[in-house]
Design a protein around this ligand. Structure first.
Ligand code: CTP
Ligand code: MG
Length: 181
């Protein structure tokens, strides 16, 4: 029972790595022109200066390359979980979807009058999960439904906000990020 739970947590974390890394890589790669080019809608920025072409491309690339590197390990047994390979379309879907979800959240945040960097929980913590799932589901359908069983999805929804809050706090302490969220 406990062993099975541990295996599910390990698998969930592993499957989401290509979707977790893009956000952190975007912080490091960010800068340069904003995606919205400064455009506004009804007085508010479309996305804001926190969503750049460079950060987005760097984020997607980092997640995608990580998945391909992880594939060199497969099939690997860790804590009772069999870590699978990421099909190329799933590798891309997880990374691209994560960045797309984060961009979508900024669009929503600007529409609700929140300036760049203002928090909006739990949107900030789960936007990239929703994006990663929504893009990977159609792109790599068979693989997605095989790997992301209901228990795995449940674990992802619980551990992702915890991981997000702690990694962002570390990035803030390291002066890589302006806010601790
Ligand atoms: N970043 C980027 N491009 C992205 C995502 C992030 O360049 N697609 C970089 C930006 O430098 C951004 C930082 O990573 O400031 C932190 O990302 P995030 O917290 O998502 O952006 P915020 O600045 O908080 O802006 P928002 O309120 O729109 O989330
Ligand atoms: Mg933010």
């Amino acid at each position: 029972m406990l062993e099975e739970a541990l295996a599910t947590v390990v698998l969930a974390f592993y499957l989401m790595l290509p979707a977790y890394v893009p956000n952190n890589a975007a912080v490091l790669a960010g800068g340069g022109p904003a995606i919205d080019g400064g455009r506004t809608w009804k007085g508010d920025r479309l996305l804001g200066d926190g969503k750049t072409w460079r950060g987005s491309a760097g984020g997607v690339l980092a997640g995608f390359v990580l998945a391909l590197l992880l594939n060199q390990l497969a099939p690997l047994e860790v804590a009772g979980a069999t870590l699978p390979e990421f099909p190329v379309l799933a590798a891309f879907g997880l990374a691209f979807g994560a960045i797309l979800g984060d961009i979508g959240a900024s669009f929503v945040k600007r529409r609700s009058g929140r300036e760049r960097g203002k928090p909006m929980p739990p949107l900030d913590q789960l936007d990239f999960v929703v994006g990663a799932f929504a893009v990977t589901l159609p792109l790599s359908h068979g693989w997605f439904v095989e790997q992301f069983t209901l228990p795995v999805i449940a674990v992802v929804v619980v551990i992702t906000p915890l991981l997000h809050v702690s990694t962002n706090f570390i990035a803030y302490q390291l002066d890589l990020k302006d806010e601790p969220y």
